[in-house]
Design a protein around this ligand. Sequence first.
Ligand code: AMP
Length: 194
Amino acid sequence: MKTLSSVCVYCGASSRVADVHKEAAHALGDGLARRGIRMIYGGGRVGLMGIAADAALAAGGEVVGIIPEHIQSAEVEHTGLTELHVVDSMHTRKRMMVERSDAFVILPGGLGTLDEAFEILTWRQLQLHDKPIVFADVDGYWRPLLGLIDHMVAQGFARIDRSTLYRVADQIDGVFEALETMPGASRPDQPKKL
Ligand code: AMP
């Protein structure tokens, strides 16, 4: 089992969501810190992003935020982080988040979270990385999306072996278990450029 030192958290920036999602974000941030795992995320103070970061910091963890300057005000950058990187674009943000992380957790979120999730899933499919990816399916939030992926496979538009591409956990404890046990994808001889 590979030891994880940094985990990237993708999640929603909205605060108008059910308490069950806020509780999951808190549990994830807290759980990362208690395991000595650095949290890498988008650097905002809003929504589940802020809740997870605050929980990790409150439990004594390290949190690294990466935020593009053009959305600094919309997402209200978190000023109490271990490190905050203000970058020039969304692309730089996403690349840095991937480079600095050993694994990825996808909490419930909106279109931005989906964009990030699919980028990291397709990059694993293309063997650009072999880092574990876990959907935190809190309250069945990702069920329609996972159903859509099954539909794509059934219709011949995707050849995805779920067990090698991603894991799904419906509890935060299960997320940690999945992160620790998910094997790497088969490695290319030469690492490709992200
Ligand atoms: P959301 O899931 O829409 O609440 O967004 C969560 C995070 O994803 C925010 O920090 C967004 O800035 C970020 N994000 C990443 N890529 C995108 C994108 N293509 N469109 C919108 N938001 C994005």
